[in-house]
Design a protein around this ligand. Structure first.
Ligand code: SAM
Length: 212
């Protein structure tokens, strides 16, 4: 579905938008791995580039927003063997496949069907990823709300990693960039046939003010 159609969907109230996105992404996942994330060389290179950007720290609680069938979730389980990983997606069908993919990791994975626009967690995360997802949220106020949600989900000192096509990433990341998090780095991979940006942000620690 074209980006314009997702913008039109976002004219609905957020419950209506969430219900239609859920139906659409369940339908989109009617066949396994619809984006060929498990096999496509470009996707694998993007995952590897993303992981190189993550500051080295002892992360305990990691959240992946828009985890689809759990391809990157599996890489996170290998990259962070001491962390609990939560994969969140609006599509239950995608999560059912993600569950098959991540079985046998000592119960370190939680998979949650939720809409990032309304998701609430009783505990914050040390590291949050959101890749190739924000462009589905549509109009400005929904993107702003999602950006606030991603920011709010971080523990003090927590790290947020956003990965989206370049140069559209400038627009998609702008509310996070303008918020209370500090930008740590940005990798722009221009050589790829579909350029992308990996932006890393950090929350202030307790007692610090955080930079904008
Ligand atoms: C293109 S896939 C990205 C998969 C993964 N992040 C990656 O890069 O390999 C986008 C995923 O976002 C999910 N999604 C779309 N809108 C969402 C929302 N409002 N809340 C949570 N997940 C959403 C879709 O179901 C889909 O699985």
């Amino acid at each position: 579905m074209h980006r314009t159609a997702f913008r039109t969907l976002s004219l609905l109230g957020s419950r209506g938008q969430g219900a239609l996105l859920r139906r659409y992404f369940d339908w989109w996942h009617r066949n396994p791995d619809p984006w060929r994330m498990g096999t496509d060389a470009y996707e694998q290179a993007k995952y590897a580039a993303t992981l190189t950007q993550v500051p080295v720290r002892p992360y305990r609680r990691i959240l992946e927003v828009g985890c689809s069938e759990g391809v990157f979730t599996g890489l996170l389980l290998d990259a962070f063997p001491d962390a609990e990983i939560t994969g969140l997606d609006i599509s239950e069908r995608a999560l059912a496949r993600a569950a098959e993919r991540v079985t046998g990791h000592d119960g370190r994975t939680r998979l949650m069907a939720a809409d990032i626009l309304t998701f609430a967690s009783d505990q914050p995360y040390d590291l949050v990823f959101c890749a190739e997802t924000l462009y589905y949220l549509g109009r400005r106020d929904r993107l702003k709300r999602a950006s606030e949600q991603l920011t709010r989900l971080l523990a003090p000192g927590g790290v947020l990693v956003l990965v989206h096509p370049w140069p559209e990433a400038r627009r998609l990341h702008r509310f996070v960039s303008a918020g209370p998090l500090s930008q740590v780095s940005e990798l722009v991979e221009n050589a790829a046939h579909r350029p992308f940006s990996v932006c890393v942000y950090e929350a202030g620690t307790a007692g610090s003010t955080g930079a904008g």
